[in-house]
Design a protein around this ligand. Structure first.
Ligand SMILES: [Zn+2]
Length: 282
């Protein structure tokens, strides 16, 4: 099987219907390898539905991941919001596991004016409680805090990597578009390679063999991310990006979140394969 699989964040536009089942079938028809289940507005899938999703994905050889609801803030200042955030992440992880998904991605927190160090400790503490619970349930899903695109959001590269080193069962979701939007930087081969080498240095080679990546074009300003764009409409240097992924032999899932979804997922996959072939020929 290919080392790096390409797919879409949610059901492809060209799917026959908007159901997850048809989405998985369409991913296979398109020759893509993975799909992220978007539970971003809530987890509305029961056990029977999840088992059907798992069967379909196994049959179609499509790998799945899941995105938890947006309404999560592990640095909320009210305890009921913390409990609700923990509940949403737990629920996503349980359904994801039934679906056969190996990873759950989530947006960890907002700083809400707190110093980053303080927010970090709070997030780590409450996330740790969720991980303890999942361990007791023997849930093996990787919990992946996402690198975020706005300076008001918790989730710099180092914060994400710190959580991964300190908490068992946590791995990164590196959103390269977010990183680019957050800093205005990270848009060259050298910078992409820096991020990958940083991950390897802090988490070991195993992390590059089990990566979860989000990519898309992006519009951004002083406050970071504004909206996602198709790659060709954005300034994102995706060929350089793909070159770096290939040179570091990154394995795992690459989820495309451009408005065109499968359009850009196929563009990235084609770019990746053409570099591979060229590399083999040379
Ligand atoms: Zn996300």
């Amino acid at each position: 099987m290919a080392g790096l699989l390409f797919g879409t964040g949610g059901v492809p536009h060209s799917s026959e219907t908007r159901t997850t089942i048809d989405g998985i079938k369409r991913i296979a028809e398109l020759g893509l390898g993975c799909m992220e289940l978007e539970f971003v507005r809530g987890v509305r899938m029961g056990e029977a539905g999840a088992r059907l999703v798992a069967d379909t994905a196994a049959r179609e050889l499509v790998k799945l991941s899941a995105h938890a609801p947006y309404f999560i803030n592990f640095n909320a200042h009210e305890s009921e919001k913390i409990r609700a955030s923990q509940g949403r992440l737990l629920q996503t992880a349980r359904v994801a596991s039934l679906c056969g998904a190996e990873s759950v991605v989530f947006h960890a927190a907002f700083y809400l004016g707190d110093p980053p160090d303080k927010a970090y400790d709070t997030v780590k503490n409450y996330l740790g409680e969720v991980l303890d619970r999942l361990k007791k349930e023997n849930n093996q899903v990787w919990i992946r805090p996402e690198l975020m695109g706005k300076p008001s959001q918790f989730g710099t590269l180092e914060e994400i990597l710190d959580l991964c080193t300190e908490l068992e069962g946590v791995a990164p979701c590196i959103d390269f578009a977010h990183y680019h939007a957050r800093t205005g930087e990270l848009n060259s081969y050298r910078e992409f390679a820096f991020v990958l080498s940083r991950i390897e240095k802090r988490l070991g080679r195993a992390a590059l063999d089990n990566m979860h990546i989000h990519a898309s074009g992006i519009a951004y300003g002083k406050k970071g991310e504004q909206k996602h764009l198709d790659l060709e409409e954005s300034d994102f240097q995706y060929v350089e990006f793909i070159k770096a992924l290939r040179d570091y032999d990154v394995k795992g899932l690459l989820i495309c979140e451009s408005p065109s979804l499968e359009g850009d997922a196929l563009l990235l996959q084609t770019t990746y394969n053409s570099l591979l072939n060229r590399g083999n020929a040379g």
